[in-house]
Design a protein around this ligand. Structure first.
Ligand code: NI
Length: 185
């Protein structure tokens, strides 16, 4: 397993729509294992393929270290599709691609999600609260959307200085990263 560098805000790959996976190959399984390793090394609870420079519709999630979510098994979702959304709640979000930037985003509290597992079997789950939030955040990533996109212009302005630093690669992270100028896909 390898820990992959995470693409930072400003990298074009984070703004691209990833393509559906058509079959599970050994390479895809390896990619998923690497994504789990990368997410854990970075102490994240979710990671999308775009963030490691791959445009496949794959996300990994592990919220089992979060209080109240210990029972939730790590999930790898291939071609995830949100079937329904209910409720709405504000919650703070961050992103491994946008270090040190956190802000509040209102998202539905209950979702139904259809996806394919690593055997390429269709699965359907209901997710609530934090798990629902993480899934939606990661599904946004594979559609080229970042949580910053939900903020108002004035809210975004408050993060401008840090965002500029991130784009220039002037951030210190505990995990390997790729900044904009190096990010060629
Ligand atoms: Ni993110």
């Amino acid at each position: 397993m390898s820990i992959l560098p995470i693409y930072l805000y400003g990298a074009e790959v984070l703004r691209k729509k990833a393509k559906p996976v058509t079959k599970v190959t050994d390479e895809l399984i390896e990619q998923i294992m690497n994504m789990f390793a990368t997410m854990r090394a970075a102490q994240g609870i979710g990671l999308a393929a775009n963030q490691v420079g791959s445009l496949e519709r794959v996300i990994v999630i592990d919220v089992s270290d979060v209080e109240g979510y210990e029972e939730v098994k790590p999930l790898a979702l291939i071609n995830p599709e949100i079937l329904s959304r209910e409720g709405g709640e504000e919650g703070e979000e961050g992103c491994l691609s946008i270090p040190e930037v956190r802000d509040k985003v209102t998202r539905p509290t209950t979702i139904r999600v259809k996806y394919k597992d690593t055997n390429f079997q269709v699965q359907e789950i209901e997710a609530y609260n934090l798990l629902a939030r993480v899934i939606m955040h990661e599904v946004d990533h594979i559609n080229g959307v970042l949580f910053l996109d939900y903020l108002s212009a004035s809210e975004r302005k408050l993060h401008k200085e840090q965002l500029d630093k991130i784009k220039q690669g002037e951030v210190e992270t505990s995990y390997p990263v790729v900044a904009m100028e190096e990010a060629v896909v």
